[in-house]
Design a protein around this ligand. Sequence first.
Ligand code: BES
Ligand code: MN
Ligand code: ZN
Length: 505
Amino acid sequence: MLSVFSSAPIVCTGGALSAVDTDLLIVPWFEDDPPGVAGLDGASGGEVARALTAKEFQAKTYEMFLAPISDRSWRATRLALIGGGAGERGSALVRKLATAAGLAARQRRVARAAFVVRGAGDPLELAQAVAEGLTLAEFYGGSYKTTDPPPAAPPAWTVAVVDASEEAVASASAAVARGRILGECSNMARELANEPGNTLTPREFAKRTAALASDAGVRVEILDETEIEKLGMGLLLGVARGSVEPPRVIVFHYDPPGAPDRPVLGLVGKGVTFDTGGISIKPAEKMEQMKDDMAGGAAVACAMRAIALLKAPIRVIGVVPATENMPGGRAIKPGDVLKSASGKTVEVINTDAEGRLILGDGLWYARQLGATHLVDVATLTGAVVVALGKITSGIFGAPDTWVDRVRRVADRAGDRMWPMPLFDEYRDQIKSDIADMVNTGGRAAGSITAAMFLKEFTGDLPWAHLDIAGTAWAEEAKPYLPKGPSGVAVRTLANLAFEKFDDRS
Ligand code: BES
Ligand code: MN
Ligand code: ZN
């Protein structure tokens, strides 16, 4: 049955380059490559050597050079070199090259494009990264435009591994299929983050994420306000009070037959479908951006889909508390005290620090459901953008072994993260005179004190917190990432479910 979620598979070929049947043959070209690589110069009638000598093409990263293929014994009609620069050439770079070239191919309305796997490291990891990168190039964020011409269909993609054995092509094909899934799930998260607050209410967010996850075989429960109340999730309910839209908790269960009892990976994502700041209201400037304050929740939901489609061997639980953060007659006020489901009390001194409130209840619930290892993902603080900018997510948590593991997985997935400290001394900044803690620690170390707050709800489980406030949305286009939602953390979370970690993580 054709599902709304299906898209064309990516073909994987393994013969000679001259046999790749395509309209645009895309080849990564590194600065120290001699002109003779892979017979491309000859195929282009000397165009490659000419452009290199003339410095028309210098192979700077993401630089592109196009030439016709004049050799009639080649099946491809045009050649595109994409510069790979002079530095690292691992899968993280190759993924980005594939996206950049894929975007260029799309722009040129190419019907069929093939990307040749070149780079350093495991060839399967490279082939998978190429498939991810090409798929990421398919994302279209303009679905509400009615006067622009509709976007052309993306090219039919081929991933070409050169002169490979039959077995090598078979395993590369499997890697390409995995990459396709991870790319698609990233794009789904981007689509959700792109959705405006008026369409993506908490209820609609729950409906859509439930559909995309259950389509892949994930069991999904949607807790409504009555069930949330029964569980005592006073932090989530407190945040939701200002809105006429009721909150939801979206719970995902992936329980593959034969999986061991432990570990159980618990993924928790912030699902604020719009963050006005509440009574501590945000300035009007750029407030529209706060429609993406559910990007962490979308990453969890879409990672759950990927985990099920890729048949991860371990149990995984996803918890996404979803709400709006609105000012209103019933909204919580600065100074109000809320009681969390864990029993801890919080003096809310700033209603704009709502993410940590709902995640507190979310983390508690993931533990309730039996998670043994926790990862949360959230557009949590402006402070992390000050610290790390728009390129790198902050990673926090304990113990270091678990944080390091998540970080290594993120690195390979192409999600840049950098560790931030959680020294006990920071805890003083969230002391309250009347409750167990306040919900903000002031301007100093704002992303760290936010993480310290979350830590209160993790029990003693291994836990990593990803602050994606800077990375969930690209404000400026990059060659490999157009302006808009990035899909950050989807691939990291999905790949984590394939790691072998024991109780000591
Ligand atoms: N959703 C915001 C964080 C955010 C800021 C995400 C900028 C993306 C870009 C979060 O709920 C928030 O408002 N955080 C406050 C916390 C403060 C009140 C302690 C912030 O960072 O200003
Ligand atoms: Mn906020
Ligand atoms: Zn927020």
